[in-house]
Ligand binder design. Structure first.
Ligand code: BG6
Length: 459
């Protein structure tokens, strides 16, 4: 359920950092342009900058990552910017913030800072009175395992209640990912077949044709499982596999997502393949003998009435042939051959294909008779097809957090349920296999899926 009060200030901790530069300032301009932001934006960081220096940085960020400066919107955004420099470990910075917030009664505090600083800043906000009536936004990673996620949640809860905490998984802000939910629950033709009786298998692929892009040091601490599987991919699975929510409120939906995550059996070691692309160990910040995975493929099963025995194959990797995130839900093939002729196969299974990134596509795979010949042809019927999503995730997510709408954010129990799935793998990591950049990962991943067919590579 949305909270009542719209945020009347946005506080950005880590305003001079990378996340603010690449994602947040561009979104702020888009929000101003769309009439969705008209409150003071108080930037906080340790650099002893002037407000003018901050504006220059914001301008550069938007030039580089926001599709260019819109003079009118940027002018308006500039007039909303404030800057509070200071050391997060001293009380002064919070006192200065308190003063600049003036009468704001529901500031939204965005912690675009390393997680190690969360306890310090959260405590500072609490002690100074800045947290009264406030909301807080944190970014993934939400811990690095179940235990640290629980500890992070305790830190946040020491000052903020759960309804005031907004955990960003930017996948939930993607138009395409939201469309999985809409497509499932605004159509009635899907529900009768969306289960173990009709679905043969589900695949989710998150492929990227680039490496770790200078983030070697960060990536060494996470690897593909922590970086994108524990969060983005499991969120997608939750939306694909959940039961219909009992009503329209935010918690009804999140309750069902938690239920489905809890139904996922943690995979055994032989259901997990880890890979590393050749050349990763030469990246800056990467150990010469690194065992960190840049690719992971998992076979999952859900212990639920709807999905018992349906294999869910998921994989994510860097340096693969394309950049695309795609879901393939394959139905069981027709039960009987009704037409003769050697060009007529037994009957290809139908499928539902959701392209989540970079474009928007929802397609239904079907078989028809090829014109004039006694043979079949595979085609796709498009339910939606768009070269580009309309609103950037951060724009949507920031707007939702300011409105107190929690639907597109991860709740504490969701995050913890997702860690429960991957924790056993992370405790006892299977060996890492090498693969060549530009290929679809290690061949062991093909062996993993072999009992149920082959990987459907996004084009
Ligand atoms: C981030 C990961 O969360 O998601 C990155 O840290 C990954 O490693 C990115 O590249 C992918 O996001 P998108 O929106 O580009 O698909």
């Amino acid at each position: 359920m949305a909270q009542q009060n719209q945020s009347d200030a946005l506080v950005l901790f880590g305003a001079t950092g990378d996340l603010a530069y690449k994602k947040i300032f561009p979104s702020l301009q888009a929000m101003v342009k769309g009439g969705r932001l008209d409150v003071p934006v108080v930037c906080v960081a340790k650099e002893a900058w002037t407000l003018e220096q901050l504006k220059v940085r914001a301008c550069e960020s938007i030039e580089k990552h926001g599709g260019g400066v819109d003079s009118q919107a940027f002018g308006r955004l500039s007039s909303l910017l404030r800057y509070v420099p200071g050391d997060y470990t001293t009380g002064q910075v919070y006192d200065d913030l308190h003063q600049i917030l003036g009468n704001a009664s529901h500031p939204l505090c965005y912690l675009a800072i390393p997680p190690s600083l969360f306890p310090i800043v959260v405590e500072g906000l609490g002690c100074s009175g800045c947290a009264a009536g406030a909301r807080v936004v944190v970014e993934k990673p939400f811990g690095r395992d179940l235990e640290s996620a629980q500890s992070l949640n305790r830190t946040l809860h020491s000052v903020f209640d759960e309804r005031s905490i907004f955990r960003i998984d930017h996948y939930l802000g993607k138009e395409t990912v939201r469309n999985v939910l809409f497509f499932r629950f605004t159509n009635s033709f899907l529900e009768p077949i969306w289960n173990r009786n009709f679905v043969q298998s589900v695949q989710v692929t998150m492929a990227e044709d680039f490496g770790v892009g200078g983030r070697g040091k960060f990536y060494e601490e996470v690897g593909a499982i922590r970086d994108v599987i524990q969060n983005h991919i499991l969120q997608v699975i939750a939306l694909l596999a959940m039961e219909p929510p009992v009503g329209p409120d935010d918690d009804a939906l999140r309750d069902e997502k938690v239920r489905v995550l809890k139904s996922i059996r943690p995979p055994a070691q032989d259901s997990v393949i880890r890979g590393q692309f050749h050349g990763y160990r030469n990246e800056q910040g990467v150990a010469a003998d690194s065992q960190v995975e840049t690719y992971a493929a998992l076979r999952l099963f859900l212990d639920s009435w709807r999905w018992q025995d349906v294999p869910f194959y998921i994989r994510a990797g860097k340096c693969l042939p394309v950049t695309a995130t795609e879901v393939m839900v394959t139905l069981k093939p027709p039960p009987q051959r009704c037409f003769s002729g050697k060009e007529i196969p037994m009957g290809e299974p139908n499928h539902f294909r959701f392209r989540l990134s970079p474009e928007v596509e929802i397609a239904i795979g079907a078989t028809v008779k090829a014109a004039g010949a006694l043979m079949t042809e595979q085609l796709e019927l498009y339910a939606c097809r768009d070269p580009k999503t309309l609103q950037e995730p951060y724009d949507l997510l920031l707007g939702a957090a300011m409105a107190g709408e929690s639907l597109v954010f991860s709740r504490q129990d969701e995050v913890e349920a997702a860690w429960r799935i991957v924790d056993p793998i992370l405790r006892e990591l299977p060996a890492v296999h090498a693969y060549e950049p530009g290929t679809w990962g290690p061949r062991e991943a093909d062996e993993l899926i072999a009992p149920h067919g082959s990987w459907q590579n996004p084009r």
